[in-house]
Design a protein around this ligand. Structure first.
Ligand SMILES: Cc1cc2nc3c(=O)[nH]c(=O)nc-3n(C[C@H](O)[C@H](O)[C@H](O)COP(=O)(O)O)c2cc1C
Ligand SMILES: [Fe+2]
Ligand SMILES: [Fe+2]
Length: 396
């Protein structure tokens, strides 16, 4: 597909509606787009590519003339194969095109694809002129990988931002923020950020600071919408997410094998609800992919976790979420824990350890019970929910 972004600059991306799991793990119920861009001026540049299976679509849009591709430059903002998978075929058809990328990307080019010729390393501030269009490169390490950079087109202020400012969800008909209801992309942006970029929140903040001196008229990421009407909206959303800013609301994540923990969960949920105006999201960890549980928890400041003890540890599906939250550095949460055990316990102890690791603030004592909770423990559960909800309501 092709769509003009501004004179001489086209979006030539693809929608992937059939891959079930991004990076073989993250569900894609609404698909994803791989956004590639083509600048046709006195010299022509391709910016980023697509996943391997979509290579033919990309080559068709660049314009295969039976002989080769009329490209002078191939800019690589990011080496992950969801963007670079098409590279080998493109280079085969445009053997004289110069590849522009960071030093780290250069060594990956050799490792991933055996490409070593015609590679020019660029650094922050380096520029390339294509005619009326000029490109400036900005190294943004760890937005998502160490080799990542962004490319800024100076005439029209178009920022080709790679994974930065990206989102899950295929582009349904419109590619621009003003063509769709951006609200429909918001949740998938949170899930993309928390799942893919979240662990690198600090380097995202560094990148945002680096971009401050640039007039950004259009944000053109490698996934999701192109922001031409309100580019500040996606920049603001990424700023909030990378600063771990969240809503005064509570996520309650639990698991329960035989219903003992679930019974207390109901009391905890009622307690949280008793605080006026508090938004509460209850998630059964065993029936929800941790991708979604992580995204929901990224949105809300309050996080309550309930788990039975399973072989001296946290119950597996809850543990899977806690491990993911640890890996993705979900910090700045106000938390409360509860859990059941049969003999020596362990789930609450391990939840406390995870909290320490992530600097979570426990706003009340955990509620722990042997088997079925008695009425006193149910009351403690209610109080736990209420206390966490009050803590985030106050902070908000
Ligand atoms: C497979 C399995 C493993 C368990 N492992 C432990 C354990 O290591 N230590 C412990 O104190 N209780 C253990 N228990 C007991 C449960 O933690 C206890 O029965 C709890 O009340 C179950 O709560 P639930 O109904 O919410 O799952 C185990 C139970 C099951 C079914
Ligand atoms: Fe990536
Ligand atoms: Fe990507």
């Amino acid at each position: 597909m092709r769509k003009e972004i501004t004179r001489k600059i086209d979006w030539i991306g693809v929608n992937d509606r059939t891959t079930d799991l991004f990076e073989d793990f993250w569900p894609l119920p609404e698909g994803i787009s791989y956004n590639s861009y083509l600048i046709k001026d006195e010299e022509n540049a391709l910016i980023d590519g697509v996943k391997e299976g979509f290579t033919e679509d990309l080559i068709g849009e660049i314009g295969f003339d039976g002989d080769g591709l009329d490209l002078d430059y191939v800019v690589i903002n990011h080496m992950e194969p969801d963007h670079s998978g098409s590279l080998r075929s493109v280079i085969r058809l445009a053997p004289d095109a110069e590849i522009l990328c960071t030093e780290k990307a250069k060594s990956m080019l050799g490792g991933f694809y055996g490409i070593t010729d015609n590679v020019r390393v660029v650094k922050t501030g380096d520029t390339v002129t294509l005619g009326s269009r000029g490109l400036e490169f900005i190294e943004t390490p760890f937005v998502h990988w160490p080799e990542t950079m962004m490319t800024y087109e100076k005439e029209d202020g178009v920022l080709f931002s790679g994974d930065g400012f990206g989102s899950f969800k295929a582009l349904d008909g419109g590619i621009f923020d003003d063509e769709v209801d951006v609200q429909e992309y918001s949740d998938e942006t949170v899930r993309y950020f928390s799942n893919i970029i979240g662990a690198y929140s600090a380097t995202v903040r560094a990148a945002l600071a680096k971009l401050k001196g640039h007039e950004i008229e259009v944000v053109a990421p490698a996934h999701g919408l192109v922001w031409r009407s309100e580019p500040e909206k996606i920049i603001e959303q990424y700023s909030r997410l990378s600063n771990l800013e969240s809503d005064p609301a509570v996520t309650l994540v639990y698991g329960s094998m035989y219903g003992f923990t679930e019974r207390v969960m109901e009391a905890v949920a009622s307690g949280a609800r008793s605080v006026p105006g508090i938004d509460l999201k209850v998630i059964d960890a065993a029936r929800t992919h941790p991708s979604f549980t992580l995204a929901e928890s990224w949105k809300r400041e309050g996080l309550i976790i309930g788990s039975p003890t399973y072989e001296a540890r946290i119950f597996t599906p809850v543990e899977q979420f806690v491990n993911l939250a640890t890996k993705k550095k979900l910090k700045e949460r106000k938390v409360g824990f509860f859990g059941s055990y049969g003999w020596s316990g362990g789930s609450v102890r391990e939840l406390n350890a995870a909290a320490e690791n992530l600097n979570w603030e426990a706003v009340c004592d955990p509620v722990e019970f042997n088997g079925e909770a008695n009425s006193e423990k149910l009351e403690e559960g209610f109080a736990l929910g209420e206390t966490v909800a009050q803590a985030v309501a106050k902070a908000g």
